[in-house]
Design a protein around this ligand. Sequence first.
Ligand code: ADP
Length: 938
Amino acid sequence: MAERTAALGESERRLAGVIQSAMDAILTVDEQQTIVMFNGAAEKVFRCAAAEAIGQSLTRFIPQRFQDAHAGHIHKFADTGLTNRIMGAKAVLWAARADGQEFQIEASISQVVAGGRKLFTVILRDVTERVQVEAVREHLASVVDSSDDAIISKDLKGIINGWNRGAEKIFGYSAAEAMGKPMLMLFPPERVNEESDILARIGRGESVQHFETIRVRKDGTKIDVSVTISPIHDGSGAIVGASKVARDITDRKRTEAALQESETNFRGLANLAPQFAWICTNEGLNVYFNERWFKYTGLTAEQSYGRGWSTPFHPDDKQRAWEAWNRATATGETYRIESRLQAADGSYRWFLMLGEPLRGADGSIVKWFGTCIDIHEMKQAQAERVLAEQSLYDSEERLRLALEGARLGTWNWDLKTGELVGSPLAFAMFGLPADTKFDFGIFISTLHPNDRAMVDEAMKRTLAEHVGYDVEYRCIWPDGTERWIAAKGRVYRNGAGEPIRVGGIVFDVTERRRSLERLRESEERFQAMANGIPQLAWMAKADGHIFWYNQRWYDYTGTTFDQMDGWAWESVHDPEMLPNVLERWNGSIATGEPFDMEFPLRGADGLFRMFLTRVMPVRDGEGRVTRWFGTNTDISAQKESERQLSEQAQELTRQAVELKRTRDGLERNVIERTEQLAEANRVLERSNTELKQFAYIASHDLQSPLRSIGGFVQLLQMEYEEKLGEQARDWIRRTVKSIAQMQTLIQDLLSFSRVESRSRPSEVVALRDVFQDVMALLESSIRDTGGQVTCDELPTVLGDRSQLVQLMQNLIGNGLKYHGAEAPHVHVSAAPGAKDNEWIVSVRDNGIGIDPKYFERIFEIFKRLHDQKEYPGTGIGLAVCRRVVERHGGAIWVESEPGQGSVFRFSIGSATITGKTERTDENDQLAYQHQTSSDSAG
Ligand code: ADP
């Protein structure tokens, strides 16, 4: 026995230790609510020493307004015989500290019978902080919910456990559909392995930033998204999941695709061009060549890009090419150089390289666009011409030598004998032996058939007209060799002036002739080539007079040479640009500098196209300009695609900047709005409390002086009525009436301000009883108006009986008051509401009705639709009604039409079970419920 007692003592001590060291406040009260136990945590929570608390009533720690309800609640719980119950499972409970400060708690209660008395033990916890945290969390949740971005969280297995409205919008799954599903459902089959990578990275605590990928919507369509994924840590820092923010970038991708397409178009175009086309950065790194480059050089893209572009340059030209490039990038002027490029087969051809800078919006050079034009044929033609001129010069030189060294034959034709005698060299020139017998006829027969008539003619003219003989002809040697011979001669006459002989010299001009022939051929070849190139081409004399155009010029402009000769080309220029063109062109003519310019030329169709025009001087041996060679390259297409590219690039940048700005602005707005709201709320709360106090004090303090005034006036009326005149009696009557009105007003005001100050509604009230009370109060009104008030079966509700009487009195009273010609009939009925445990009570009248536009306004304090004479009143009644209803957790509204009567309805909680899901302890909890709606109603 002693052992058992000892063990019991031990276990009691242990229990006491546990209670004392428990984290939650634990206190025990007896049936009179006297505190019998108060642990350490309770001391802290209530800021009250146990010694002071024990023996005191628990009500000390319950806010004034809950005290009554609490007592009833404890008794009810005692009666249930249950041993344990959670308090306030659905709502927040309030407690008060020793210093009166109220705070929110969570509590459970248990009862035991010990030593014949019932003891209640309450375990409670201060949840103020948690409630605040929850508020913050709620605020955050609303931000998350209003985001356009999908914000999703998942656990480490990839199962979705958070899904905001943005996610619903972007992926098409509702939160209910998505929660608990694997994240993988958003992945297209070909990307499922991304998820394991992501999970692995999250597992390592890394985050994934702005990762662009593709996801699948519920309807199966794919969308481009940019996702940012970050690990979620729990309180201890362990990674428990990941949050993912996904943004729909389909539109951006579409823009990129459009850009891509335009780039493809550009490349297609560039590959069609007969030239090589290239693009370089300002640092001289190549980023693009068209197909023709690769075909010609045999190089791969890797070999050509970057600095590789200089590989095929002829070793002798490389240095110049780099210098020209550096000059161009330093000054931003056109890059141009002629150089030989090695073909895949090892041979070289001449090219003209041209490059133009493309500038960005800020004027800095973004890229260089360029071409390499094959000018090999042109170069060769030029070289050949130089050569031909050279050989012409050579043959003339030979002639001089021939003359000097007697390299010419002589001949003499005796007109009398007809004998034609030549020197041996002369005969040699005809491929004949020196002793050949010759006369004029034989001579003619040795000539090329086509030249015979011409020579005969020339000789006849010489004989007849005293002119010199000077011809060039072809003679055909006996072996068939054809030689060109030049012959000069004169007529010798006798004293009478009669011709006796013709004599002169011959010399071989075959070489010179051949040179000329070659020159002509070369010229033709040049012409053919000039007509074959894709550009318009032309030549001008040193002074700028254009004397030749290629066929393409005529084809494009639709003109003829006669229309274009000299300076007539001005007619196909844009008149606005022309002065500028002329100035530049004349400048080049004056200085001999190459000419380079872009300007439009009008085509045969009347439309202008943009041309890049380049003119090169052709110089003679002494460096003098002898002529100009010009080309016009159509660059409209290139210009257009350049323009489009740069426009699209600019548009993209603009959109990105805009997007960023909008986002920043939005974030700022949200923060500002939240602050403003909080401030407004604070101000509102303060003025609300002040107003309530003012109304209460003002009306309370007004009553007593008014009562004295009323009393004295009544005395006046009683004692002096007989002695006073009719006028004075009327004044007194009116004073009495005004005093009565004022008393009504004060009473109404007082009841309005009291609605709040009364304790929370908690009784079970039969509306039938309320109705009876109101009938008694309104008896005289009913009698005066000859009206009728009826009611159906009325339910039992939870509430404050006196307030409900006030509510019904106001509603029924108004029904009686606002009647038209007919006697008033007011009918009260009730029906279950949409929610469980809710009744809708209706008060219907047959009165004057209300215009719907006043439905809201009439519930505001002092708002009336009539003046005192028509219908007396204070404009407070319905405001009191609304307060009372909202304080009971319900709503009040009106349905009416002018002339059709009105129905006022309000909702109120039931005291009996009307729904299927109600729990038995529900009603008890109502006593503790803190109704936010009623707080804002004031
Ligand atoms: P009052 O003291 O003027 O009756 P209330 O707040 O009770 O103040 O009502 C506000 C206004 O609403 C009234 O002035 C009246 O114009 C209108 N009203 C209230 N009840 C009715 C009703 N049953 N029929 C028509 N009008 C009504």
